[in-house]
Design a protein around this ligand. Structure first.
Ligand SMILES: *[C@@H]1O[C@H](CO)[C@@H](O)[C@H](O)[C@H]1NC(C)=O
Ligand SMILES: *[C@@H]1O[C@H](CO)[C@@H](O)[C@H](O)[C@H]1NC(C)=O
Ligand SMILES: *[C@@H]1O[C@H](CO)[C@@H](O)[C@H](O)[C@H]1NC(C)=O
Ligand SMILES: *[C@@H]1O[C@H](CO)[C@@H](O)[C@H](O)[C@H]1NC(C)=O
Ligand SMILES: *[C@@H]1O[C@H](CO)[C@@H](O)[C@H](O)[C@H]1NC(C)=O
Ligand SMILES: *[C@@H]1O[C@H](CO)[C@@H](O)[C@H](O)[C@H]1NC(C)=O
Length: 291
């Protein structure tokens, strides 16, 4: 019996997969654990709130039109809510405060956003360490409207405070800036430097995010010009620049061509107003492509 029925089921299954292929949109799942984590920076050790013990927190990667589910478990001491910066569609639970010991799943429907966004804690004290990149790749079968990069890297400019930050402390001026959590050598405390390794002649897509709360930041890589290709999760008219200025919360996607002499170059980030503080990282070339 039922070979017709079987054929019908087979057809239905096939057309369902065909629908999935055509629509291309996926559901993407992440688990975030908010927890207290110890770090030693600026010559002293303190406990900060992180996602999964890392600073910055995990990077989210999805494609245009995907739906992203982020289940956030709060194992910290205070209630926290997460902001999905720059997502244009509505998100459930924007005002949800996740109490200690509880969890909440955000459902984020991506629409026409493309490029780079970020997520962070809403309150000022937690925002200093609870943040990460939200990378939105072209939909399946689509390409970048610029030459395909060898690889892409999120570079998040952040800040660091000596004082312990809790719900009852309003952060003031930062004591240092950071690139992907690294304070670099400017502060005399043997803090590690962010290192970006590139292959000679490679092309890299850098996703810059200014996570510093209240300051416009200036970013540059010595002897390298950067090609702006996107901003705030939209493609941008291509333009060249030796240094980038990022407003608080802004993201800029740039192409970096590793076409200088093989060597090491300083990466710098500083506040545009108080020239006093800066953080440095290192761009270093390798020649594994053999030349
Ligand atoms: C966070 O940690 C949990 C528990 O170890 C793990 O299941 C989850 O995959 C981690 N999330 C990310 C984004 O790494
Ligand atoms: C809390 O997490 C559990 C499993 O980790 C999940 O089944 C449940 O739906 C989550 N609750 C909320 C409100 O997201
Ligand atoms: C940024 O400004 C807001 C509002 O003025 C303030 O509440 C917050 O503490 C400031 N954050 C930092 C890190 O300076
Ligand atoms: C960065 O800060 C260090 C230490 O304060 C200082 O010596 C250096 O001149 C600064 N560099 C820039 C480019 O501002
Ligand atoms: C930095 O490291 C060097 C070599 O390991 C050490 O001599 C120096 O005392 C350290 N400085 C600080 C401030 O920790
Ligand atoms: C990008 O977003 C930042 C932060 O919301 C804003 O200050 C800036 O003006 C935006 N830039 C563009 C080009 O949309």
């Amino acid at each position: 019996m039922g070979s017709q029925k079987q054929a019908f089921i087979l057809l239905s299954v096939l057309s369902f997969f065909n629908f999935l292929l055509l629509s291309g949109a996926d559901d993407v799942y992440y688990e975030f654990i908010l927890q207290e984590t110890e770090f030693t920076k600026l010559c002293s050790t303190k406990t900060v709130l992180t996602v999964n013990g890392s600073f910055p927190g995990p990077e989210i990667r999805a494609r245009r039109d995907d739906t992203v589910y982020v289940n956030v478990h709060n194992q910290g001491r205070f209630a926290v809510s997460i902001v999905w910066e720059g997502i244009r569609d509505s998100i459930n639970g924007v005002n949800e405060l996740i109490q200690p010991g509880r969890n909440f799943t955000y459902e984020i429907e991506l629409d026409d956003e493309i490029g780079t966004l970020w997520w962070h804690a809403r309150s000022a004290w937690a925002k200093a360490t609870v943040y990460g990149a939200f990378v939105i790749l072209p939909a399946a079968g689509e390409e970048y409207p610029f030459p395909a990069p060898t690889s892409d890297h999120a570079i998040i400019l952040g800040e660091w405070f000596r004082q312990e930050l809790t719900e009852s402390v309003v952060p003031g001026q930062p004591d240092a800036y950071a690139i992907n959590g690294h304070l670099g050598e400017s502060y005399g405390c043997n803090d590690t430097s962010y290192q970006l390794q590139v292959d000679y002649q490679g092309l890299y897509l850098l996703r810059l995010i200014n996570a510093v709360a209240n300051e416009t930041m200036v970013f540059a890589i010595a002897q390298h010009s950067l090609t702006i290709v996107g901003q705030n999760a939209s493609y941008a008219q291509r333009s060249f620049s030796n240094s980038l200025t990022l407003a608080p919360g802004q993201t800029v996607d740039v192409l970096l061509s590793a076409s200088q002499n093989v060597g090491q170059y300083y990466i710098t980030a500083r506040s545009s107003s108080s020239g006093r503080l800066n953080t440095t990282g290192i761009l270093y070339y390798t020649t594994s492509t053999g030349f």
